[in-house]
Design a protein around this ligand. Structure first.
Ligand SMILES: *[C@@H]1O[C@H](CO)[C@@H](O)[C@H](O)[C@H]1NC(C)=O
Ligand SMILES: *[C@@H]1O[C@H](CO)[C@@H](O)[C@H](O)[C@H]1NC(C)=O
Ligand SMILES: *[C@@H]1O[C@H](CO)[C@@H](O)[C@H](O)[C@H]1NC(C)=O
Ligand SMILES: *[C@@H]1O[C@H](CO)[C@@H](O)[C@H](O)[C@H]1NC(C)=O
Ligand SMILES: *[C@@H]1O[C@H](CO)[C@@H](O)[C@H](O)[C@H]1NC(C)=O
Length: 483
């Protein structure tokens, strides 16, 4: 090597790589002009469609293992929510010994009506994590809902986090739900919610028990800010959390683009602020990529996995406490993270996001939110940087040349070497059920069981002058471990 070549390499090592995106990692949470979100122990959870919940827990092998894989990372079982459209089609039946009773023309259908027994709540009580249970308001049978709520409180004494009273009330008029038979507006729904919160909360003798809101139509028309403005102190005492639903949709390219996700999450800024201002957490109570079970060309893909990762992190960064990804009819669910036979690519994205935040106390976003390149940093309880996740949302669909982007992290005080796990797949369109298995740190999840396969693999890179540079390909992410 010539002397000039050697000195050129020295210069390259000492300064960010040419064309690199550079992020400064704060040496401590709270400094550097970034916004820091306090972290729930398990910010990513699963929502199960009401009628399908017993099937997921008794007749889908992967469910327990998929949830257990995340518990292994964070130390706590991920939160779950049971609800959805069929919660407002369900009536409690004290006489039935079944979990749920319904009939459908095809296994791919959701039932138009159903009943559920106390065993439904007993099953929910066996779960090791917190449970939000969605009950019926649409049918306007408050005595039935109170009867179910009383069983929930009795059975789920260790894990009942909150009860929802109705799902997506803005659609009840067109759905022909009895409670919406007269005038039905955000204001009449808010008055209804408030009365039900008081009636149900007082009947079960619990405050901080209602997950309120639960609309899907975007705020401010339907949302926490609008609802909170109608609530007096009597109502507020019964509320535990405010929730909104969200299905951003669009093409896979637009969905996975970082700036699109940032713009989408900003829709909720005022709602989050309104909830936090009254001292209540705000959550995505039900969400996924595309409404109605997902879209085949979008929801099961690796691009959607990267969206799942970026979206849940950006929501968390924006001070949402938890994000519950919805799981619908078993066997008819494009966006599901797992099913009876096959894994869904989005599970990999959620797992990478959980791996970033596991055991951490604070999260910040280091990027401006306006480019395709994202970086999130998680900090431990002492405020020290723990991990950084880098995301290159440039779109690669498998044709042509796959570009790559250098990311330089500066301000590192930690070790002389850092290690990283790569989240990758052949392209944005890769689907597990078509053989396009993603990998995270060289590992994959087995179809049907959700057990982990492959050998855990880290890449190493040398820190020099407090800097390290990694290359991340288009449509790929990298989790960097700083401790
Ligand atoms: C479990 O799932 C299989 C496959 O869809 C189905 O045939 C069976 O009836 C289910 N059993 C129960 C108890 O739900
Ligand atoms: C609070 O609001 C509820 C319904 O929203 C109402 O029934 C109750 O009378 C109000 N309480 C007070 C003290 O204003
Ligand atoms: C989140 O809440 C914290 C206070 O807990 C605040 O410092 C931070 O700015 C908030 N983040 C955003 C994005 O508003
Ligand atoms: C992939 O993207 C290229 C343009 O970047 C486009 O011409 C091609 O049709 C796309 N292929 C698929 C399978 O979407
Ligand atoms: C999962 O099943 C699909 C469809 O059979 C297959 O192509 C894929 O390779 C399997 N994935 C793993 C990790 O075994």
């Amino acid at each position: 090597m010539t002397k000039s070549a050697a000195s050129l390499i020295a210069v390259l090592l000492a300064s960010p790589a040419a064309g690199a995106v550079t992020f400064t990692v704060p040496s401590k949470a709270g400094i550097g002009g970034y916004a820091y979100a306090p972290l729930d122990p398990a910010p990513i959870g699963i929502s199960f469609e009401f009628f399908a919940f017993p099937s997921y827990f008794t007749n889908v092998t992967g469910t327990n293992q998929c949830l257990a894989n995340w518990k292994a990372l964070t130390g706590v079982w991920p939160p779950i929510r049971i609800g959805g459209t069929t919660q407002d089609r369900a009536q409690y039946d004290a006489a039935t010994s079944a979990y749920v009773v319904y009939s459908v023309a095809s296994a791919a259908d959701a039932p138009a009506s159903l009943t559920f027994g106390s065993k439904f709540m007993t099953l929910a009580s066996t779960y090791g994590g917190s449970v939000v249970l969605g009950l019926n308001r649409g049918k306007n049978n408050i005595d039935n809902t109170i009867a179910a709520a009383k069983v929930a409180v009795a059975e789920m004494s260790d894990n009942l986090l909150a009860i929802e009273l109705g799902n997506e009330p803005e659609y009840w008029k067109s759905d022909g739900q009895p409670i919406a038979s007269g005038t039905w507006t955000p204001a009449t729904d808010a008055a209804s919610q408030n009365n039900w919160d008081i009636s149900v909360g007082s009947a079960i003798g619990k405050t901080s028990i209602i997950q309120a809101g639960n609309s899907n139509s975007a705020p401010p028309t339907w949302g926490a800010q609008e609802l909170i403005a109608t609530e007096n102190a009597t109502v507020k005492q019964y509320i535990a959390t405010y929730a909104h639903h969200n299905y951003p949709g669009g093409t896979i390219q637009s969905l996975m683009t970082h700036a699109t996700t940032v713009t989408n999450i900003h829709v909720f800024d005022a709602d989050i602020a309104a909830a936090l201002a009254v001292g209540k957490p705000y959550v995505f109570g039900e969400t996924n990529s595309v409404s109605g079970g997902g879209a085949a060309g979008v929801s099961p893909t690796f691009g959607a996995a990267l969206w799942t990762m970026d979206y849940s992190l950006r929501a968390t960064y924006s001070n949402m406490s938890r994000t519950y990804f919805h799981h619908g009819t078993v066997g008819n669910c494009q966006y599901c993270f797992w099913g009876r036979y096959s894994m869904g690519a989005p599970y990999y994205g959620a797992t990478a996001a959980i791996a970033l935040m596991a055991g951490a106390k604070y999260l910040t976003a280091l990027d401006s939110g306006i480019t395709n390149y994202a970086a999130y940093a998680a900090f431990d309880s002492a405020g020290a940087p723990l991990r950084v996740l880098l995301y290159n949302s440039d779109y690669f669909n498998g044709s042509g040349t796959r570009s790559s982007q250098s990311f330089t992290l500066t301000g590192l005080t930690a070790s002389s070497n850092v290690k990283a796990k790569r989240l990758t797949a052949a392209s944005a369109l890769s689907r597990v059920d078509q053989g396009g298995n993603p990998s995270f740190g060289g590992q994959y999840f087995n179809n049907g069981t959700c057990t982990i396969g492959g050998t855990e693999t880290y890449e190493a890179a040398a820190v020099s002058g407090g800097q390290v540079t990694f290359t991340v390909k288009a449509t790929e992410a990298l989790l960097v471990y700083l401790q």
